[in-house]
Design a protein around this ligand. Structure first.
Ligand code: 13P
Ligand code: SF4
Length: 331
């Protein structure tokens, strides 16, 4: 192993001191031009990263942008499964992630060997996997979905088709209830979306009776039950922009509040409170990325996301199927 790979393994990125006087925004813009790079960022990234990005979006929007980009290098300001998705769609392009340790509890909750056994225990089932999973799990799936296209993806199968839904049990249970399916659910969840306190949301609603509760479908049922609207990050953002309400209680990761406030400066956005008095509605993985690390990964073109050869085609097929179904439905 080279010294560089050892450093990346140890830190998740290649550490380097950056002069305090450096204007990172300016340097990143220069690197974009120099290297024909595009920065794709998820809404859960810190606000500086969202500001420097060429596109900010939800998982589906980011995959669609990755599919159509002409850039030579994709800088993925998000988590590993998202960068992996971009790489699957662009095997010949360089895809870099500011911090290689930016994982995801949902992706971690589904080890491939265990999932393989689970599949064997359910013969005759097709597998729909939420995009928040590793390339190994994608390779074991028939089709991928995100929170914005999940209904259309599930409905692309006849009602009597037996389905395994992985890895998010909360999203799966929500869809089972919403459209009357009986999908078998893998027991995975997101650490951020399971932290909200039902009791404190009820108290907030009493304090701000005019506020609407909006929630991401990765939340548990006892939180979703109180929601006036449930949707993907893009769906939630659009709802706050279009809805005339003046205040919203937001049950998802806190990063999205930046765009909500930007689009509707006159409205009030209240983060749904977690069980403890912690900053738990910050995703610990998403927040590993910083503006400094974005700059360093562009400059060094490292850490790079690589997909093992044997997984490439098998993981790409269900992803392509998802993009095709989404296109058919104008998503
Ligand atoms: P979306 O942005 O696709 O709604 O996903 C939310 C999420 O948890 C990403 O990790
Ligand atoms: Fe994963 Fe949850 Fe973080 Fe999204 S918010 S990356 S699902 S841990």
């Amino acid at each position: 192993m080279t010294e560089i790979s050892e450093m990346i393994l140890k830190h998740g990125y290649l550490p380097e001191s950056i002069p305090a006087s450096m204007d990172l925004f300016e340097e990143i813009e220069k690197l974009k031009k120099e290297k024909n790079a595009v920065i794709l960022a998820h809404y859960y990234q810190e606000s500086d990263i969202q500001d420097v990005a060429d596109f900010v979006g939800d998982s589906l929007g980011l995959a669609q942008q990755a599919e159509k980009t002409n850039a030579s290098m994709i800088v993925f300001a998000g988590v590993h499964f998202m960068a992996e998705t971009a790489k699957l769609l662009n095997p010949d392009k360089k895809v870099v992630l500011p911090d290689l340790n930016a994982g995801c509890s949902l992706a971690n909750s589904c080890p491939p060997a265990d999932f393989k056994k689970f599949k064997e225990q359910h013969p005759g089932h097709v597998v729909i996997s939420y995009i928040n999973c590793t390339a190994e799990i994608k390779a074991l799936s028939d089709v991928i979905c995100t929170s914005s296209n999940v209904v259309k993806i599930v409905e692309s199968f006849p009602p009597d088709q037996k389905i395994i839904f992985a890895p998010d049990k909360n999203l799966g249970a929500y869809i089972n209830k919403k459209i009357g399916r009986d999908m078998v659910l893998w027991d995975g969840s997101c650490v951020v979306h399971e932290i909200f306190s039902e009791q404190k949301i009820i108290q907030l609603k009493e304090r701000y009776p005019e506020a609407l509760v909006i929630a991401h479908p990765e939340c548990e049922d006892h939180v979703l039950r109180h929601a006036d609207f449930i949707g993907s990050t893009t769906g939630l953002l659009k709802y706050t922009k279009d809805n005339p309400a003046k205040a919203f209680i937001v049950a998802t990761e806190s990063g999205i509040l930046y765009q909500m406030q930007k689009l509707s400066p006159e409205k009030i956005f209240i983060p749904a409170p977690p069980e403890n008095n912690c900053a738990c509605n910050d995703c610990p993985y998403m927040k590993l990325n910083t503006l400094e690390k974005v700059y360093l990964c562009m400059k060094n073109e490292l850490p790079e996301v690589i997909i093992p050869k044997h997984l490439q085609q098998a993981a790409l097929n269900p992803l392509k199927r998802m993009l095709e179904i989404s296109k058919q439905h104008g998503l």
